[in-house]
Design a binder for this molecule. Structure first.
Ligand code: COA
Length: 137
């Protein structure tokens, strides 16, 4: 039985270990401790999944609790995957976000996951990386 908790006051090493163990660590700056610390500290809606004292999953998001929740990271330990933990984390993020819609970018390994659990594809999502400039048309 997995229990969900809301809040970002978490042990950074444990969080990083969940990212690594899930494989999401391959696509997140897990070797940059300060960046990970900042990512966790400034995320204002974080839900974690626990099996007793062991953190087994995390959903890290930023929400205005009224219009938009950006779900940046969803990670479940390998040995707990495909047991409904990811779905439960997203459902709780949705519930905590009130009227906000959830927006995310799927990692390649999860591209088939989100449509499977009911999320809708949006074909006009756009990104600007920190080393890219806004240019005149
Ligand atoms: C993607 C991830 C978060 C899903 O969490 P999970 O707890 O394993 O998923 P759930 O148990 O909620 O899965 C719900 C359904 O989706 C299916 N599913 C799970 N992972 C899937 C995947 N990667 N691709 C397609 N379907 C998937 C499950 O089999 C299940 O289907 P069922 O209800 O018919 O049995 C988890 O596998 C993970 O951490 N993956 C690695 C990191 C990653 O890619 N994260 C996403 C970043 S955007």
């Amino acid at each position: 039985m997995v229990e969900l908790r809301v809040g970002n006051e978490l042990d950074l090493d444990v969080v990083t270990d969940v990212y690594r163990d899930s494989t999401l660590g391959e696509r997140r700056p897990v070797d940059d401790r300060e960046r990970m610390r900042t990512m966790l500290a400034n995320a204002n809606l974080v839900v974690t999944a626990w099996d007793a004292d062991a953190m087994v999953g995390i959903a890290r998001s930023l929400s205005d609790f009224a219009y938009a929740t950006y779900l940046s990271d969803l990670a479940v330990r390998r040995s707990y995957q495909r047991r409904g933990v990811g779905k439960a984390l997203i459902a709780r993020i949705q519930q905590e976000g009130g009227a906000a819609r959830i927006i995310l970018l799927a990692a390649p390994a999860a591209a088939d996951y989100y449509p499977r659990i009911g999320l809708r594809r949006h074909d006009s999502a756009w990104c600007l990386w920190p080393d890219e400039a806004v240019t005149a048309p």
